[in-house]
Design a protein around this ligand. Structure first.
Ligand SMILES: N[C@@H](CCC(=O)N[C@@H](CS)C(=O)NCC(=O)O)C(=O)O
Length: 220
């Protein structure tokens, strides 16, 4: 039986981008369903009854939640093409640590940078965002990718946020290029990969999405 994969997603989501990217890197065909998060589909509510969030992936009728868990599932289910996680347990533990760091720190500071309700909140978010990006930049060191010579799990976890960089810079009044040049160079290197370029929306489009959301939330 051919695999049937449906991805419930919302285009600006960095979490959704991770899953789109992992599937594309592995060459897996899937059905993409855009969700309206104000009016979630019955399929989403049924498939992810705990969090009710996108992305949610359904593989041959089995739902899977949480983007990093989905990326690991994709890596384990289709191991034939190159693996995203290292083969040794210690290497895997380190990759999972950094992907978790991205989830807990980078996402949150980025969100607060775009949607800060006061200049003080914005300044604190920008300060924290730069600290986090410098930490991941230090972890990258002189490597081409977080995965070493090839794109790996941490690259997949982090690179979607590059689509949000212009929005962070515009609303946070910072230059990531000046502050973290190695991270910007790494992201551009990732974008040379066809699967990455195909899976990530344009920075300008994300910026316009953030403008709309700020108006909606009354953040001006
Ligand atoms: N930890 C989750 C985060 C997913 C998430 O926050 N999704 C947001 C969109 S970016 C969502 O579905 N929000 C709708 C809601 O919370 O009702 C993951 O990695 O998949």
């Amino acid at each position: 039986m051919a695999d049937e994969i449906t991805l419930l997603d919302f285009w600006p989501s960095p979490f959704g981008m991770r899953v789109r990217l992992a599937l594309t890197l592995k060459g897996i065909d899937y059905i993409y369903k855009e969700e309206n998060l104000q009016q979630k589909s019955d399929l989403l509510l049924k498939s992810n009854p705990i969090h009710k969030k996108i992305p949610t992936m359904i593989h041959n009728g089995n739902p899977i939640s949480e983007s990093l868990i989905m990326v690991q599932y994709i890596d384990e289910t289709w191991p034939k093409s190159s693996s995203l996680l290292p083969s040794d347990p210690y290497g895997r533990s380190q990759s999972r640590f950094w992907a978790d760091y991205v989830d807990k720190k980078v996402y949150d500071c980025g969100r607060r940078t775009c949607f800060a309700k006061s200049p003080e909140e914005g300044d604190a978010a920008v300060k924290e965002l730069l600290e986090c990006l410098k930490v991941v930049e230090c972890e990258l060191g002189e490597k081409l990718y977080f995965g070493g010579e090839n794109l790996g799990y941490v690259d997949v976890a982090l690179v979607p946020f590059y689509s949000w960089f212009y929005a962070y810079e515009s609303f946070g009044g910072l230059s990531i290029r000046d502050e973290c040049p190695k991270i910007v160079a790494w992201a551009k290197r990732c974008l040379e990969n066809e699967s990455v370029a195909k899976s990530l929306p344009d920075q300008q489009k994300i910026y316009e999405f953030v403008v709309t959301m700020r108006k909606k939330f009354g953040v001006e």
